[in-house]
Design a protein around this ligand. Structure first.
Ligand code: NAD
Ligand code: UDP
Length: 339
């Protein structure tokens, strides 16, 4: 199949490109590099020995996107092209609603005009909301009240895609609700390359370990959890990438909307992650406790049984793998993709 990866130069898109190419599919990447660079695609080609068709374009640009759809006979779209910084979304809600929702609508319009019927979407566990659902989260739970505009864009885009699939019986929509992706390709050639100060835990730990930051601040030590720090369901990005391969294969064989959690089903606390990183890599990660971060929930994790039963998808990487592969990427690329 020929699969269009909107936002395919980014962290999850580049790892998914490797998984798809290795399974024998062709990949077309469209990215405006607002949070990535073309170097990741070069490295995907180097890792797989295959070539990737790539376009520098804004996925909101309908005329350009239509040209791309017309020039390539696409079988399935995977939509990664979103802005994803929770804090920034509170400061710049309009930018987030415009970018995330407009990209989705543009892709749907181009698909309708060129006869493409399969759509896989990067959603998030954030759509389960702030307090209405108790973990482990199951796909059958109602979406909840999100605590920031980023989360609402995901919730709204899920609704838009579900409505589109109701109206168009040819359409197949797979909503993938990611939990906390971390790790990198075991080669250390591609990985997560945040711009500026990392918002997420694992990239922050990696930058402390490599000496780019002095110490980690752990946000809150008084949560109602065994060690007082928040618990999350961390998943290796290679397992997540494999989930996309299975989602694409599911999408082409089914119609309507299907939702899958992509998590391991096992939560770890912030302190457990710090200790696992230290023990896996033999490196100290200095940290201090700070106040809670607004909007953080004490604990959530996936019920991962549906993806296992329906897609036959299983996670195979351990927490130690996640820590080792993160460090392998960071130490070989201390400044990310920048030289
Ligand atoms: P990323 O920022 O590395 O990748 C997103 C890519 O989309 C980037 O390459 C960026 O340049 C591109 N992009 C954004 N807007 C665009 C536009 N208008 N036109 C063209 N390209 C555009 O992020 P990621 O971690 O790979 O996440 C991919 C998707 O998964 C995002 O939609 C994100 O919200 C979602 N997600 C990520 C996580 C996570 O923790 N990483 C968790 C849940 C969901
Ligand atoms: N966290 C932290 N310090 C940081 C970044 C994150 O203590 O510098 C905590 C955060 O409070 C949360 C967990 O690490 O409990 C995971 O945060 P992340 O932003 O990676 O993912 P989230 O689950 O919030 O999407």
């Amino acid at each position: 199949m020929k699969i269009l990866l909107a936002g395919g130069a980014g962290y999850i898109g580049s790892h998914t490109a490797v998984a798809l190419l290795e399974a024998g599919h062709e990949v077309v990447v469209v990215d405006n590099y607002c949070n990535s660079c073309a170097e990741s695609i070069k490295r995907v080609e180097e890792l797989t020995g295959k070539s990737v068709v790539s376009y520098e374009a804004d996925v909101k640009d309908k005329a350009k996107m239509l040209e791309i759809f017309q020039a390539n006979s696409i079988d399935c779209v995977i939509h990664f092209a979103g802005l994803k910084a929770v804090g920034e979304s509170v400061q710049k809600p309009i930018l987030y609603y415009r970018n995330n929702i407009d990209t989705t609508l543009t892709l749907l319009e181009c698909m309708a005009e060129t006869g493409v019927h399969n759509f896989v979407f990067s959603s998030s566990a954030t759509v389960y909301g702030d307090s209405s659902n108790n973990p482990p989260y199951e796909e059958s739970m109602e979406r909840g009240k999100c605590s920031n505009p980023y989360g609402w864009t995901k919730s709204m885009m899920e609704q838009i895609l579900q409505d589109a699939a109701v109206a168009n019986k040819e359409l197949s929509v797979v909503l993938l609700r990611y939990f906390n992706p971390i790790g990198a390709h075991p080669s250390g050639r591609i990985g997560e390359d945040p711009q500026g100060i990392p918002n997420n835990l694992m990239p922050y730990i990696a930058q402390v370990a490599v000496g780019r930051r002095d110490k980690l601040t752990i946000f809150g030590d008084d949560y109602p959890t065994p060690d007082g720090t928040c618990r999350r369901d961390y998943i290796h990005v290679m397992d997540l990438a494999a989930g996309h391969l299975q989602a694409v294969e599911f999408a082409v064989q089914n119609k309507g909307t299907e939702i899958f959690n992509l998590g391991t089903g096992t939560p770890y606390s912030v302190l457990e992650i710090v200790r696992a990183f230290e023990n896996s890599n033999g490196i100290k990660v200095p940290f201090e406790f700070g106040p809670r971060r607004a909007g953080d929930l004490p604990a959530f994790w996936a019920d991962a049984s549906k993806a296992r039963e329906v897609l036959g998808w299983r996670t195979t990487y351990t927490l130690e793998d996640m820590c080792k592969d993160t460090w392998n990427w960071q130490k070989n690329n201390p400044q990310g993709y920048r030289k």
